[in-house]
Design a protein around this ligand. Sequence first.
Ligand code: FUL
Length: 693
Amino acid sequence: MTSRLFWLFVLLITVSCSNVTTPEPVLPVPSERQLAWDSMEYYAFVHFNMNTFSNMEWGFGDEDPEMFNPTELDCRQWARICKEAGMKGIILTAKHHDGFCLWPTATTEHSVKNAIWKNGEGDVVRELADACKEYGLKLGLYLSPWDRNNPEYGNDKYIEIFRAQLRELMTDYGDVFEVWFDGANGGTGYYGGANEERRIDRKTYYDWENTRKIVRELQPMACMFSDAGPDVRWVGTEEGWAPETNWSPLRRDEFYPGSPNYLELRSGHEDGTHWLPAEVDVSIRPGWYYHPYEDHKVKTLPQLLDIYYNSIGRNASLLINFPVDKRGLIHEKDEEQILKLAEAVKADFENDLAAGKNAEATNVRGNSKKYKAANVTDENPDTYWASDDGVVQASVTIDLGEETTFNRFLVQEDIRLGQRVKEFSVEAYINNKWEEIDSQTTIGRKRILRLPETTASKVRFTVKDSKACPVITKIGIYHAPKVIVEPRISRTKDGIINIEAFDSGLDIYYTVDGTEPDENSIKYDKPFELAQKAIVKAIVVDPNENKTSTVYVAEFDVPKTKWKVVGKYKDAEKVNLIFDGNENTAFTVGESAPVDFVFDLGESLTITGFKYLPDQQRFDPGVIFNYRLYLSADGKNWKQPVVKGEFSNIRNSPVWQTESFAPVHARYIKFTALSPAEENGKVGIAEFDIITQ
Ligand code: FUL
C-alpha cells in the first residue's frame, strides 16, 4: 500500500469509528451505589443476638438482657473466615424481631448495656466494624422494623424510636454498604409487658419514604434491602436460589416490606420500572440462629455449590448466613464447609479457556473496533461487544484454537446500559458441526451455566432475542474439576442398594465384605440386591484426574423385606416411611404419649440391639425422649422391656441412637415412646433398625 493510500485508509477508519454511537441505555439502569454493591457479589450474614442465648428463631421480646453473655466473642474470627472464604462484607443483625440491640443505644434499656457481657460496657457493632476495617471487609447492618419488646410498637412514637436507632447505626460505625429491612412485621409480642397481638399496616406504618431518607442522608452509598428495595430486592425465597429467568428491573412501586405478592420477586419483571437486583439470602444451617441440634446439618459442599451457581450464576448476589454460636464464634463445622466452597469455586474458575482467544461476530456495531467481538475475551470489563441498533439476533464465535474440554460457560452484560438479553443459546463445534448445548433466557450481570462435559474447538454464543442491541462484556469458558465427595449409600425396604455420586462422569467402587474399596473393587453400575447383613464401603473416583474421595461406610443389618408395622395409626399410609431407607421422611404421630410402635419382622431372629433415627424435619419434628423396647415371640406375650431409658441430648442432637442388650430370640418388637423430647408432644420415627447376632 502506498503511503498516501495508507493515510486515506486511516482517515476512513477514523471517520467511520467516530460516527458509531454508543448504544442507548435500556432503562432502568443501576445507580452508582448499586454498581458499587454489585461488584461485591458475595458476602456474609451473621445472625447473632438474643436468640442465640434463648435458642429461638423469633424471640418474644420478654428475654432478660442479662441472658446475652457470649463467652469468647471474637468478631475478628468472623472477619478472618469471611475473608478467607472470598466474601466482601458482613451484615450483622444489630436488632432482630425480639428488639435486643447489640449496641448501647440511647433508645431502649433492652440492649448490651444491661447484659452481663463486659459488665454492660460492650458493643458488638463496634467490634464488628473494627474487625471489618482490619480485614478489608465492608459492614452491613440489619435493623428489624418489627420490635416485640418495645412498648410503643404499633404507635407513632415507635417510628421515632426506630428512626433514632437507624440514625445511631448510620452515624457511629463508619461506612455501611447495606441496610437490611426485614419484611416480618407485627404479630404477638411482649411489647413492654402487654403480651398481646399488634398488627400494623405494613405499607404505611413505617412511612418508608421518610424513614429511608435517614439512610440516604447519612450513608449516601449504602444500599437498602427489602422486598421493595429501594436498592436491593429480596429474591422471594430463603432456600438459596434465584430462578433461571431473573430480571434486575422490577415494578418496584407494587411492593413494600412484607408484601403478599413476594413470589414475583423471584424473577423480577421484564418491564420493571426500577433497577432492583436480587439478593439470595440463605443460612449455612437450617436455622438463621445457632441451635446445637443443627450441628450435624451444616450444608455440605455439593449443597453450597448448588447455592453458588443458582445465585451468583443467575444474576443475583449471595448472602450466606453464619449462625454464630453462644461462644460468639462461627462454629468449626461452618468454617470447614465454607472454606471448602471457597476452594471449589477457585478451582472451577481458575483458568478461563476463552481468555485472549479470537472471536468473530455476525454483526459488530458500525463495524467498529470499539465494539468488536473479541472484547468479550479481552479480560477488560470496560469493553464490550455490541451489535447495530435493531439487530437483536446475533452470534459471537470463539475460536478455542484446538479441541478443548469444558463444562462451564459464563456470560456478562454491561449492566450500566441496562439488562437487555431475553434469550440466548450456546453451541459447540463438535465433529465438524454445530450442536446446541444449552438454551436459556436472561443474562444480567453474570450468568453461569453448568454444562455436560463438552469437547469442541469452537463455541458459539447466540443472542436470540433482546430488548435492544446486546452489550456483552465477557464470555468465559472453564473446565471445572469434578466434585469428589463421598457417595451416598442407601437400601430400600426390599434390600436394593443404591449408591450415588454427586457429579456425573465419575466411577464408584464398592465392597460388601468389610474391606477397603479401591479401583480394583467392584465397579458400581446399577442398584443391586443385598439380602443379607453387610457393611458396604464405597468410594468415588475421577477416572481422568486420578482423584479419589474418602470412603463412605454404611452398615446394614438384615433386610426389612418381610417387616410390617402392626397396629392401627391415623396416618396408616405413612407408616412404611419407617423402613423406606430415606432418612428425610418420617412417620410421626401427634397423640399424647405413650405410643406403641409394633413391628412384625416376619421371622424369628436373635436380636442384640436397636437403632432409632428421629424425625429430621426442621419445624415441628416428632422426637422420642423416654422409651421402652419389648420383644416377643408371638406378638402377644411381651414380658419385661429388654431395654428402657432416655435418648439423652436427642433434642440438641437428633442423630442415630443405638442401644444394645443381651441376645434375645424374637419375631415381634414393641417400641414404646413414653415421652416426647419436644414440647409439641409429637413422637416420630424417620428410620428404625435392629442389630442381629
Ligand atoms: C426473615 C426473618 O424473619 C428471619 O428471622 C431472618 O432474619 C431472615 C434473614 O429474614 O424473614
